[in-house]
Design a protein around this ligand. Sequence first.
Ligand SMILES: [Zn+2]
Length: 267
Amino acid sequence: MEEFILNKNRNGIEWFSIPQFDKTNLVKAVFTTKIGGDSTGKYESLNLGERTEDHGENVDKNYEKVYEALSIKRTVSLHQIHSDVIKEVKTKDLKSHKGRLMIDSGDAMITNDVGIAVLTYHADCIPVYILDTKNRAIGLVHSGWKGTAQGIAVKTIDKMQIVYNSHVSHLLAAIGPGIDFCCFETGEEVYDVFNNNFPYAKNYCTKLSQRKYIIDLKGIIKRQLESKGLENISVSSACTVCQKELFFSHRRDKGNTGRMAAILQLL
Ligand SMILES: [Zn+2]
């Protein structure tokens, strides 16, 4: 299990890469930080949230820096709704579009087309990257607690099995930076959802008081993937709430904050 690695571009932006994915030479796989952008105030500085109240021109400049650093020309995203909706993305549906394109509502995308950079927005919710190294297909998942409770990462793999004939023995997965065990305190209702749906959930939840729990969301996602049969899973130990020098955090900043992006593209 390898850690994500922090990189710095000449233009100043910093992002995490995934060694396990980079070694395949099949993909670009990235998680951005908040470092090196043009936004100010609560969006300082590399805010990639298009639906925040940040100035549009700053968000544009931030995307330009990300595109430059990663040598990409366009990104495809979804209007994220904490669902288990998974969309297949195809080059032919995107026509000659350049830049940012939000194609639909949902929380995961799959594609086997080369050159499509799929992008999900994050400010605590967990990104899950999936790569089929044999049939050359990818999946990218936005998995907050609601998506995790609905098993969206495993459902994304189910869909890759149907659409791309993916086999679990050829799949790599990476669970990115997000809210970690140290900071994900919840009420009993969240604990109940996990406990009612997953027999192993108790092992990932600690009771703090009568109605308070802390939950290891990344641990539950990893266990879901292992139950599906995956063995090669990288997990980032970075916590978006604790590490305020690196990350925007919805919880820490009480909803008024920017967004990082997970980006995955087949080469
Ligand atoms: Zn933390």
